[in-house]
Write a protein that binds this ligand. Sequence first.
Ligand SMILES: [Zn+2]
Length: 396
Amino acid sequence: MPTFRELLNQAKAKIREVDTATAEQTITSDPNAVVVDVREADEYEQGALPNAVHIPRGFLELQIENKVADKDAPVVVYCAGGVRSAFAAASLQDLGYTNVVSMAGGFGKWKNEGRAWKTPQALTSEQRNRYQRHLLLPEVGEVGQQKLLDSKVLLLGAGGLGSPAALYLAAAGVGTIGIIDMDVVDDSNLQRQILHNIDRVGERKVDSAKKTLTLLNSDVNVVTYDVRLGADNVLDIIDGYDVIVDGTDNFPTRYLVNDASLLKKIPVVHGSIFRFEGQATVFAPYEGPCYRCMIPEPPPAELAPSCAEAGVLGVLPGIVGSIQAMEAIKILLDLGEPLVGRLLAYDALEESFRTFKVHRDPDCPACGPNAGELVIAEYDELCMPHPKQAPAATGA
Ligand SMILES: [Zn+2]
């Protein structure tokens, strides 16, 4: 029966050990190099090499192929002092990894020498408890939850669609939620706008929304914009957001948001409702169709009653807004098939969902290959994009 020493010597004889300087050289000079930290979670949380892939030693064989697919990539394995990493490196070689080294001295030596390290982000125990049902989904997990906490979603409107979308996004732990709305809460809103309540009647909608969302989840930073979205501010407001959830109910704003989101390359989750029917789709800039591909020009005003004029069953925005929240989270986590190039139509009276293909329009004046440079400007009733320069006079 070999002793521990003998086993360690056998492992070390099999593998290549490098000092911290050589390890650092490999990591910084080779873009394909992978750093694997095989310590336990509590050790890793105290500090780790930047961009280290964390796989506790006990899970190494189980998880390595999922996390490091390229078996010929240079792999630097480390632990606290260089013992566990020696065994880990031997196991990786047995699994077919051809270019593995174990870092002698481990993280302790690396840190003492003043080399770069960072404290990895980790969920607190309260967050682990709060998001437990997300953590149980391998498709989300701790990495996905952390991603949500680092994400920024902008909601256009704190009304019928914005309400359920905001509630679910906040509950899910989307770390920054921006809300733009310039209305005040009115009694007649409460039939569907579930962010607000009777105590808030007369209050700014953004303030009411912020109170509700902060009470629901204190992890969420709610950023409010009590302004009218216009050509003068749209680019500044949407800048830095990962996803826009559009709950607006008028054509000029939708075209404005479309053109601005194309410029900033931010996906827009679109939703709309009318009486008993709702629609949702995702506009992924230059990947799928944009709003102008789908609706090249707004219908005449008399055929396009605004939400204020048309009736709507109060539950309907709850359903469509929830679908928008789901699509936003799918985009943030890169999950499944978002509604890119597909329009989902919901009919509440039939209780049916249908999806229709929407194609990119090669002649789209906003995202087509021959589209002029987009300029954000206030839109007239035709909502056409403004060319950078006036078209040359034809003299006809
Ligand atoms: Zn387009």
